[in-house]
Design a protein around this ligand. Structure first.
Ligand code: PGA
Length: 251
């Protein structure tokens, strides 16, 4: 059975006090969870230690939103895998479209980051997604295949157990436009098939593939009902404990 996952990508939101409040609200509501969905929260770097300590005795994992590809050194302003490990964080989101778009993260760079993270025993939530233009030109399958091929499809078969994929069509992120359940299922099935071709069916069947892009309690049930949709990577709606837990309860 693949793991069901609902992960909250808090992006550049919530200072320390707001982080503490939101974490407490989420933690308090976990007794209303009606399934064994893995919850993950990804606050800002400055709040990771607080989050990791606060959630230590719970089943909620804490993820970083990014990490540097190098282990250490003269990279002013950057954060290393060892720094994350040392505050109790062993999960990282890589390849988010905002990182690709605003910070120029390329497929080869992401390849390096994935490699570094896996080498240090991290679980990686690897994001892929096409732009509206790419979809309108009917290039979306090719774009996703290339993103996976150039950044992820070189890893060893054994390390797939450390990978979660998040399909996030760029046109659906923060726009209120969600991919239809049919569009999500179609892409998730395509991604799983690619993994089966490159590796094998058992590996493909074991990978959780999350959908991301304007997921909210109003659409999560239909999305999560799709055969190959194993949960969601949630932005805006993850900043509200009630909607985050409602989403987790919609399997
Ligand atoms: P959104 O963001 O839910 O606000 O669209 C999702 C994401 O960027 O991970």
């Amino acid at each position: 059975m693949r793991k069901k996952i609902v992960a909250g990508n808090w992006k550049m939101n919530c200072n320390l006090d707001e982080t503490k409040t939101l974490l407490k609200e989420i933690k308090d509501k976990t007794n209303t969870l009606n399934n064994n969905t893995q919850l993950i929260v990804a606050p800002a770097f400055t709040n990771l230690l607080t989050a990791a300590e606060f959630l230590k005795e719970t089943n909620i994992k804490v993820a970083a939103q990014n990490v540097h590809a190098e282990e250490k050194g003269a990279f002013t302003g950057e954060i290393s895998v060892d720094m994350l490990s040392s505050v109790g964080v062993k999960t990282v989101i890589l390849g988010h479209s905002e990182r690709r778009k605003y910070f120029g993260e390329t497929k080869p760079l992401l390849n390096k980051k994935v490699n570094t993270a896996l080498r240090h025993g991290f679980e990686v939530i690897f994001c892929v997604g096409e732009s509206l233009e790419e979809r309108e030109k009917n290039n979306h399958f090719k774009v996703i295949e290339e993103q996976l091929d150039k950044s992820l499809f070189y890893i060893k078969k054994e390390t797939w157990k450390k990978i979660v994929i998040a399909y996030e069509p760029v046109w659906a992120i923060g726009t209120g436009k969600t991919a239809s359940a049919k569009q999500a299922q179609e892409m998730h099935a395509f991604i799983r098939e690619l993994i089966a071709q490159k590796y094998d069916q058992a590996t493909a069947d074991g990978v959780s593939i999350l959908y991301g892009g304007s997921v909210k309690p109003e659409n999560s049930t239909e999305l999560f009902a799709q055969k190959d949709v194993d949960g969601g990577l949630i932005g805006g709606a993850a900043l509200n404990a009630e909607s985050f837990i409602k989403i987790a309860n919609s399997f």
